[in-house]
Design a protein around this ligand. Structure first.
Ligand code: CTP
Length: 400
């Protein structure tokens, strides 16, 4: 289940070339089972037709302040009363200026002015227009009204220039929307999460590694950010993009991961080690490619530092320490042993043999074991699993 499922979103689209992206966003929202009602400005309709948005949202599109039915006349008030959030994307310089002034001479402006629900604004325009002091002042003004701004990105603009002003990526807007529906219960916490595998090189082209995709650790990082935490993510080699608003440190080997974690551990309130750290590394990494020989090859492996155990042995007061355990049998016994031996507050047991759990799948079913209890969660998305883990961390900290 997505955090956007069932959420009622009024999407205001204004007259920018990026309006076609709002059509894609509508599709993404509907895919996550949000209920989308679109309001178009007259200028927006010059770029994308109302029919497109009606087809993608499955709902009538609103464009006119002065429709002739009683519902249409009251639309500027009712649309936000019946919604959870108002998203304006793309928001042009003109719309932003009008909103800053409290203007209400179009349906969309009136809807925003009358709204008592969270308003999210995603500016998109040419760089010079964005960087003009008037636009910057207007954006600050919207922030003072309590509106949430999703800052535009940098890159190639429709006018051919390269610079600031591109409509933010959908992921950044999605993060903002999700954060509005989450408790703010991690605000003020500094959390560090590790994710993914490590690679232990044998020679310049080969390495030992494992099948971890990093998805669970990245889900923990984005959900923590949404719940207000300051998040550092130490990630091994994975094919995932940085979660918005998270400090990401990319590492390769267990030794690099250990250094990155130990350097930052003293300032953390919570550390979650979701990474699948290689337990062993080749004793030597050959300078040149190993050539095949007739007899086969014997590799000498040495132990890597157990990062989690080390953290457990040197923990500072106030730290909540969470480990993962990848198990194929005797899950609970093994989990309890690792909880005790690594001096943890919580351990999350993954069944690595299930086809819907563990490595490189979108879902997970885990067992949470702390000093008091053990709970088996249902099969959930990795984000929903991450939220349960954070709920448990918050409860542990409240009872500490
Ligand atoms: N871990 C770690 N450093 C290592 C190995 C593991 O920090 N060198 C952490 C993992 O990030 C995970 C936890 O320890 O949070 C348990 O990892 P797991 O591989 O399940 O257990 P191991 O301690 O390696 O024990 P075993 O492989 O014998 O099951």
């Amino acid at each position: 289940m997505s955090g956007l499922q069932g959420k009622r979103i009024v999407l205001g689209v204004t007259g920018s070339i990026a309006a076609f992206k709002a059509a894609e966003w509508t599709r993404s929202l509907v895919k996550e089972e949000a209920v989308v009602t679109v309001v178009l400005t007259e200028a927006a309709e010059r770029f994308v037709s109302a029919l497109t948005f009606a087809a993608l949202s499955g709902n009538p599109v609103h464009r006119d302040m002065f429709g002739d039915s009683p519902e249409a006349i009251m639309a500027h008030l009712n649309l936000s009363r019946e919604a959870d959030v108002l998203l304006v994307a793309p928001a042009t310089a003109q719309t932003i200026a009008a909103l800053a002034q409290g203007a209400a001479d179009s349906l969309l402006l009136a809807v925003v002015l009358a709204a008592r629900i969270p308003v999210v604004i995603c500016p998109a325009m040419n760089s010079n227009m964005l960087l003009h002091p008037a636009t910057q002042r207007n954006i600050r003004c919207l922030e003072e009204y309590g509106y949430h701004i999703v800052q535009p990105g940098t890159g190639e603009l429709a006018c051919g220039e390269v610079g600031d002003g591109r409509l933010a990526d959908w992921e950044a807007a999605r993060e903002k929307l999700l954060s509005l529906f989450q408790p703010d219960d991690l605000r003020g916490y500094r959390v560090l999460i590790t994710a993914g595998p490590t690679r232990e090189p044998l020679d310049p082209v080969r390495f030992l590694s494992n099948r971890s995709s990093g998805k669970m650790g990245f889900a923990l990082a984005s959900t923590a950010r949404r719940r207000g935490a300051g998040v550092t993510l130490v990630a091994g080699p994975v094919h995932l993009t940085d979660p918005p608003g998270v400090e990401v440190i990319r590492v390769t080997t267990a030794a690099e991961m250990a250094r990155a974690v130990f350097d930052r551990a003293p300032e953390m309130d919570v550390i979650i080690k979701a990474a699948a750290v290689a337990d062993f590394k080749p004793q030597v990494c050959e300078e040149h490619k190993i050539k095949k020989s007739e007899e086969g090859l014997r590799l000498e492996l040495v132990k890597n530092v157990d990062i989690l155990k080390e953290l457990g042995q040197n923990r500072h007061p106030g730290l909540t320490l969470v480990g993962f355990a990848a198990e194929s049998r005797r899950h609970v016994e093994e989990g309890r042993r690792k909880l005790r031996e690594k001096n943890l507050d919580l351990i999350v047991i993954n069944d690595i043999l299930g086809s819907t759990t563990g490595f490189d799948v979108e879902t997970n079913q885990v067992i949470l074991i702390d000093k008091q209890s053990s709970t088996t969660l249902p099969l959930l998305s990795k984000e929903a699993t991450a939220d349960h883990i954070w709920d448990r961390v918050v409860a542990i900290r409240q009872h500490a």
